[in-house]
Every structure is written in C-alpha cells, then in structure tokens.
Write a protein that binds this ligand. Structure first.
Ligand code: ADP
Ligand code: MG
Length: 556
C-alpha cells in the first residue's frame, strides 16, 4: 500500500484505489471499493448512483472528513490517505456543501455565509464580529441568490431551498478551487439551480472545478459535462452524460460486454432503472423488480402471553421494591392522620400572619435575591469551562473524567454544609452565603451545561471544519449558539432555585431571609414566620413566571 501519488499532479483532483470502510458492527460497511478517477481543472462532474452507493462517502473523503481505509487522494499539494489527514489549510482549496446544508440553525443567513472565510480569518477578532469586507460580499452573494430579504433571518427559520442557497453562498465566499456539492440542488427550482451553478462557474468565485452529487442522469445532462456513476461503492460508468444515457437505454452498448445469455450486468441494470430521465422509460423485462417483502408473521398468542408475563413480573418486582423501601423508613399513612391535631395547631398559630415584620423580612428578602443573583452568576462563570472539558463530544477523554469528578464533588456536598464551611472561613453574613451558592450551584450548572453541549447537532460543526474553522472558532460559532438558549434557561432555573436555597443558608448564619425564618420558628413566632413565607412565595412566583417567559423566548 502506497501513500504517495503515482501520477503527475496537474489535475484538480486525483483519486487512486480509494477504499472506505465504516466500522459498523462485526463486518463493517464497505462504502467505497477501489475507486479511481481524476478530474481536470474546470471540469463539472456529476456523481450519480442509488442511495447507499457511496456518493456522500466519496465527498466526505475528498473533504478530509473521513479517512480512507486504503488508497489516496491528491488535491493540489494536499494528500489524503489512511495515515495522512489534511490540515486546515486544505480548506482554501476544497469546500463542501453538505447534503443537509450543514448550517448553524441559530446563526443568521449572513453569519452562516461569513463563516466561509474562517480558513483565512484567524485570531481573537474572528470570535467577535466579521470584517466589513466579508459582510459586503456575503450580502452581495445572498442578494444574487434571491435572499436579500432574508439576510438577518436565522437559518432555522429558512425553508429548505433558502437554506441550500445560504450553504451555496457560504461555499462561494469560501472560494475554494475545488467545489464539492452533495445534492446541491435537491431543494432548488431550475431558476436558482442555474443561478447557483453560474455563480460557481464565474472566475470571481475562484473555481470552476465542480464535483456534484446529483439525483439522476437528466440532472447530470443538464448541469455537468461528465458523469461518474457509482454502484455499490464502485464506478460503473465514467464519461459523457449523453452517451451514458443513450448507451444504457439502447442497451446496444451496455457498460460491460453482455453476458453470453444476453443479460446485462446487475450494476448497469440498477443504474438504468434509477437514473433515466422522464419520458424515456427503460422498461426492461430483464431488470427484475425487487421482490415485495412478505408480511411479517403475526406474533400470535405465544408472543402476547410472553409480553404479558414480562409486564406482570416487572410490576411485581416494582411492588416488592416499594414495600421494602417503605418498611425500611417506617412509612405510615396512619401516623399522619392520627396526629392531625398537631398540624391544625401549627396552622392556627401561623394565622393571621403578623405583617408588622414586613419591612424587616422584605429587606432580608432583597438580600436573598442579591445573594442568589451573584452566586448564580459566579457559578455560571465557574461551570462553563468545566462543562466544556466534561462534554464527551468536544473534549478529550482524560479531561472529561477530571472535570466530571470535580462537578460530582461540588454537587455531592449539600448547600448547608458549604454554608457552614464558608461561615467558618469568612465569618457570618451574606458573603459566605454567596460562596456557598456559587460552589453548590456550579456542580449542577456544570452538569446541565455539559449535557446540553452533548445534545447539540454535530452536523454544523463538521461543516465549520470544512470552511477551515479552528477548534475555538468551531466552539464560538458552532457549539455556543446551539447551547446558549439552553444554558440561559438552566441558569435562570438555577437562579430561581438559589433563592430557595439561600433561604436555608440563613440557618447557619450565612445571611438572607433564612436567618429570620429560623429565628421566628425557634421562638415559636409562627405568625411572623408565615409573613416571611408569604413574601418568599410572592417573590418565587414572580421570578418563576418571568423566567419561564424569558426561557420560552430564548428557546424560540
Ligand atoms: P449515498 O450518499 O450514495 O446515499 P453514503 O456514502 O451515504 O451513500 O453511504 C454508503 C454506505 O455507507 C451505505 O451503506 C451507508 O449505510 C453506509 N454508511 C454511511 N455513513 C456511515 C457511517 N457513518 N457509519 C456506518 N455506515 C455508514
Ligand atoms: Mg448521500
């Protein structure tokens, strides 16, 4: 196996004996099996073939996203092979429009397009705003593609065709010499398809070499000057689109010499049946239609009984578990009802509440809100880097384990113990309370944040890779916009929660309304405690309704 090119590299693209194998279960999926071709500068090549024939896998290798198992690819000075991964610099020469567009849904059309310049935009400035030059060009491209009224609309609000045009505009801004397009016109009408392809062919776009996966031969005949047909990971046709269709339809020139018994080879048959244009039916009796899958045999009584007995067993096990737990903690409903008079007595002592203490309680409540505000904000700042390190999809394994251990430790210690700890260090008052809330809430926020990061769509991150974005640019423009609404929502929730947590901290002398609650109850001044609880209820209810409105707006 060789990793160096065995041919002159004056072509735009050389593909040599390419094999791609996905490690999927015991056998793996052999998506490409020995693919060879080369493309001259300026060629427009259509790749066609049935679903699953390996078209997207081929483009993913050419874009450096998937490493081949064998063989190599040469694009200009860049060599891609099993042990040769291209660096970021390849994305000045190669760009890809993904089958599912690969836009960051939370970024606007303009922002998505401007990401196309990351391969030559480095430094901290690229994490803030985009240069005026890029803005001007992005606006121009989007206008040429009919999106002048959607410039500042978030990608998630655009239709499929509009998203596809944004992805094409991003590729045009990237200006790679070799443009790879995975079904670039699947959602576009003929007008926009022609416009997009014309823009790609202009010298200003920096490239006229196109490799595009298209639906079928009719599309290839319209938009390409050469067609490569893939079937089952192999090339079964490579040549002029017109010739391909005529040869396959007329059957006078099948792809392979006909077999002695007159049948055409199976890949060619599959190709004809899937790709000939409308009005040129290829009804060939020798192309056997795939057999209709037989109806699944009903489960029958045996299956039903099996399921029922499974559910009965699970229900019995759950019942045993609950009985065991209730016995362990001496849980007793009768004990509640046999002592109801105590509860009534407790309630009677609380009413009517003593509103004489309203001013005192209100000022301590304000202190509680201030503690929760500062504690939650500090916790958000502390937990964000920990969450980034802990997230499985964007961090290295040893870092994940370390960050998770720290977050687990922070969560394990109850807030009141943190309170005692900081009162011992810095003395009484709201300050130790703030520190306690910060540490305690960091454990929770960190966990919420990393779970949010793990649930993001990785598609946009891959597409940011193919515009040459650095890891920090990918985080800023790919991860952060996706998790920001979720993170703000969790932080608001934690703020609400911390107001209640801060109420408890007063018990250990760490400030806030808790101090008064604890004192009133200790002195049997339940009517005063009732006033404190009522005011707390009002504040919690108001914050709850404000934050749920805010969260709903953020998630929109
Ligand atoms: P096409 O784009 O022609 O529809 P693909 O290149 O996407 O085909 O897929 C080729 C084959 O590889 C299919 O059998 C598909 O199921 C398989 N495949 C694609 N991606 C993966 C993956 N990430 N893991 C495992 N198998 C994959
Ligand atoms: Mg595909």
């Amino acid at each position: 196996m060789s990793t160096s090119p065995a041919f002159p590299v004056n072509n735009a693209l050389e593909v040599h004996d390419l094999h791609v194998n996905y490690d999927d279960g015991a056998e793996g999926v052999h998506a490409l099996r020995g693919v060879n071709f080369s493309i001259a500068p300026g060629e427009k090549v259509a790749i066609i073939g049935r679903s699953g024939s390996g078209k997207s896998s081929l483009l993913r290798v050419l874009a450096g996203l998937v490493a081949p198992e064998r063989g190599h690819v040469q694009i200009g000075d860049h060599l891609i092979g099993p042990d040769r991964h291209p660096g970021r610099s390849i994305y000045s020469d190669v760009g890809l429009v993904f089958q599912d567009y690969g836009l960051v849904p939370q970024l606007t059309a303009m922002q998505n397009v401007m990401c196309g310049r990351f391969h030559d935009r480095h430094g901290l400035a690229s994490l803030g705003n985009f240069p005026a030059d890029d803005r001007r060009r992005a606006r121009q491209l989007l206008t040429e593609l009919g999106l002048n009224e959607r410039l500042h609309t978030r990608a998630s609000k655009l239709s499929g065709g509009e998203q596809q045009r944004v992805a094409i505009a991003r590729l045009l801004l990237q200006k790679p010499r070799l443009m790879l397009l995975d079904e670039p016109v699947s959602s576009l009408d003929v007008h926009w398809t022609k416009q997009a392809l014309e823009l790609m062919s202009q010298p200003e776009s920096g490239s006229s070499t196109l490799v595009m996966v298209l639906h079928d031969l009719s599309m290839a005949r319209r938009f390409a000057d050469r067609v490569i047909c893939l079937h089952d990971g192999q090339i079964v046709f490579d040549g002029d689109p017109e010739a391909a269709c005529c040869r396959l339809e007329a059957e006078s020139c099948p792809l392979e010499p006909p077999a002695a018994d007159g049948t055409i080879d199976e890949p060619a048959a599959a190709f004809v049946s899937s790709t000939c244009p409308e009005g040129r039916e290829c009804a060939d009796p020798r192309i056997a239609s795939s057999p209709t899958p037989s109806e699944p045999i009903a489960d029958g009584v045996g299956g039903l009984w099996g399921k029922t007995s499974f559910y009965v067993t699970v229900a019995l096990l759950a019942l045993v578990l609950y009985v065991w737990a209730a016995m362990g903690v001496e849980f007793s409903v009768t004990r509640i009802f046999s002592n109801l008079e105590h509860a009534v007595d407790f309630g009677e002592r609380m009413f009517p509440p003593d509103f004489a203490v309203t001013a005192t309680v209100a000022s301590s409540l304000i202190e509680t809100i201030q503690m929760a505000l500062i504690g939650t904000s500090l916790a958000a700042i502390v937990s964000l880097p920990l969450a980034v390190l802990a997230a499985r999809n964007i961090s290295a394994r040893p870092l994940q384990a370390g960050a998770r251990l720290i977050l687990n430790g922070l969560r394990t210690i109850p807030s009141i113990i943190w309170g005692l700890f900081f009162v011992a260090i810095v003395g009484l008052g709201p300050f130790p309370g703030i520190l306690a809330l910060t540490f305690y809430a960091s454990g929770y926020l960190g966990k919420f944040y990393y779970e949010g990061i793990e649930s993001i769509d990785m598609g946009p991150l891959n597409s940011l890779r193919t515009v040459g974005a650095s890891p920090i640019q990918r985080f800023r423009w790919g991860v952060f916009p996706q998790v920001l609404p979720l993170m703000l929502g969790y932080t608001l929730y934690m703020f609400e929660y911390n107001i209640r947590a801060a109420s408890i901290l007063g018990i250990v002398g760490a400030g806030g309304i808790g101090f008064y609650l604890y004192t009133y109850i200790n002195n049997f001044q339940y009517d005063r405690a009732a006033t404190a609880l009522l005011l707390l209820l009002v504040v919690v209810t108001v914050i709850d309704s404000l934050s749920s409105r805010l969260r709903a707006r953020l998630m929109d």
